[in-house]
Design a protein around this ligand. Structure first.
Ligand SMILES: NC(=O)c1ccc[n+]([C@@H]2O[C@H](COP(=O)([O-])OP(=O)(O)OC[C@H]3O[C@@H](n4cnc5c(N)ncnc54)[C@H](OP(=O)(O)O)[C@@H]3O)[C@@H](O)[C@H]2O)c1
Length: 328
């Protein structure tokens, strides 16, 4: 089968398409999935270039990609058809999901074996044309849930500033913050993405045509916001500390974000950690099905063009999600 692998840490060119990779054997508790589409994330290039904490113990050569959508084609010996059926994962079912934090195998391949607990069925009425969105849903969706519920502990009536409102995580943070009862959500992004941010339910604050920090000061009469949810971090984290209201909190998304400058100022600062659970995946299913989580896929590229996709991810201006077609 075809599979993307890399045998050393480095630039996008280390990603190689192999055409003779062995089809994986599903282990205990695992389901075998014929992959239709692979969702990509900034984490993928951070593992590939060795900068992620997760690269430390990674054995090379390694696969790449953390999430996908596809069709169940088999399962480990302990998962018979009755057990699969009780989980809604019978052979022939379309599924989506992501590898849990402790599973370092990739998903950019024609066939993958994944833990059954890391998968959920895609509702039958969803047309196949919509599968790219499901391939890119699990990682950003579970991150957005972990950010809003676990890290921010968003309470009804709070005011929220999201940095990067039209990015992969940002597109789900805005509606989930609204769903959790935020009184007002502002979101930064380039002026070109303002309309998309508005559609998602936030008031856009372009960072490329104005001073977003001054704008927040003005809009909140100098009080600041209760919560900053910072998906960008590099240029936004330090200036955001000036717009956190008294008793407020900042959540930075990059796992290696330095929270010390916030804590030194007595500001509660946190980094979310993804929890993969069927309950949370089903929450995402309901959100997409009802139209409340309208995650956008901005581009679908063939599996063999993964290096191009990684270059785009590294630029840091992805709108919604980048997805690979594992069949092309
Ligand atoms: N802690 C965790 O478990 C976890 C899980 C998932 C992701 N993450 C991390 O979260 C981060 C975001 O992930 P993602 O998938 O959302 O990335 P993404 O899709 O690449 O989105 C990046 C966003 O950043 C915005 N941006 C770029 N420069 C900016 C600036 N100067 N000010 C404000 N916004 C700016 C972009 O908006 P424009 O295009 O408008 O510039 C875009 O919306 C990554 O670092 C990722 O590794 C952490």
């Amino acid at each position: 089968m075809r599979e993307i692998r890399f045998d050393r840490f480095g630039g996008p060119e280390v990603l190689t398409l192999h055409t003779d990779a062995p089809v994986p054997e599903p282990g205990p508790g695992e389901v075998l999935v014929q992959v239709s589409y692979v969702g990509l994330n900034p984490l993928d290039y951070k593992i590939r270039d060795g900068s992620s904490g997760r690269a430390k113990d990674l054995a090379l050569p390694a696969g790449t990609g953390r999430e996908m959508a596809g069709v169940v084609i088999g399962a480990g010996a302990d998962l018979d058809e009755a057990e699969l059926g009780s989980r809604g994962l019978s052979v022939g079912t379309r599924v989506f999901g992501m590898r849990g934090p402790s599973d370092s195998r990739g998903t950019a391949a024609e066939v993958v074996a994944l833990d059954a607990d890391d998968l959920a069925p895609i509702p039958g009425e969803i047309p196949d044309e919509d599968l790219p969105r499901w391939a890119g849903l699990a990682l950003v969706g579970l991150t957005a849930i972990a950010t809003v519920q676990d890290a921010a502990e968003l309470r009804e009536g709070q005011t929220v500033l999201v940095h990067g409102g039209s990015g992969g995580v940002g597109q789900l943070l805005i509606p989930l913050a609204r769903e959790a009862g935020a009184a007002h959500v502002w979101a930064t992004g380039r002026a070109a993405n303002a309309e998309r941010i508005r559609e998602l339910g936030a008031e856009p604050i372009p960072y490329d045509t104005g001073d977003w920090a001054r704008e927040i000061e003005r809009l909140t009469d100098g009080r600041g916001v209760d919560l900053v949810l910072d998906t960008h971090y590099h240029q936004t984290f330090l200036p955001s500390l000036d717009v956190v209201a008294d008793g407020g909190r900042i959540v930075a998304l990059p796992s290696l974000a330095d929270l010390a400058p916030a804590r030194e100022r007595g500001i509660d600062a946190r980094i979310p950690g993804i929890v993969v659970s069927r309950e949370r995946l089903d929450h995402l299913v309901h959100g997409v099905r009802s139209g409340r989580l309208p995650l956008e896929v901005s581009q679908v590229l063939p599996l063999g063009e993964i290096a191009t996709a990684h270059r785009q991810l590294e630029e840091g201006h992805t709108r919604g999600k980048l997805v690979l077609d594992a069949r092309a």
